[in-house]
Write a protein that binds this ligand. Structure first.
Ligand code: SF4
Ligand code: SF4
Length: 87
């Protein structure tokens, strides 16, 4: 999961643009992570110019329940994308 240090974040939006799963948004000029969408891919940590992001790999997620919640959210998102494509 990605974690943002709000004191370091300057709200440049690079992490928002690079996130592979749209798991980060800007709110009041700061990056905010939508936890259940985060895949732990590290891209946001790599692109952040202020070293404001720390990502823990998915292997350290707290529980099976949490993993299932994330998988469910991803499936829902994929279904919505397919529906949009089908018009
Ligand atoms: S770790 Fe990957 S999925 Fe999670 S917020 Fe960063 S870029 Fe997005
Ligand atoms: S890339 Fe870093 S500084 Fe820029 S919005 Fe994201 S967390 Fe903040």
């Amino acid at each position: 999961m990605a974690n943002i240090n709000l004191e370091k974040c300057i709200g440049c939006g690079l992490c928002v643009k690079k996130c592979v799963n749209k798991a980060i948004e800007l709110f009041n000029g700061k990056a905010v992570v939508i936890d259940f969408l985060c895949l732990g891919c590290l891209l946001c940590q790599i692109v952040c110019p202020k070293e404001a992001v720390t990502v823990k790999p998915r292997s350290v997620l707290k529980s099976e329940e949490e993993k299932l919640r994330i998988q469910g959210a991803l499936i829902k998102r994929q279904i919505n994308l397919i529906k949009k494509r089908l018009g």
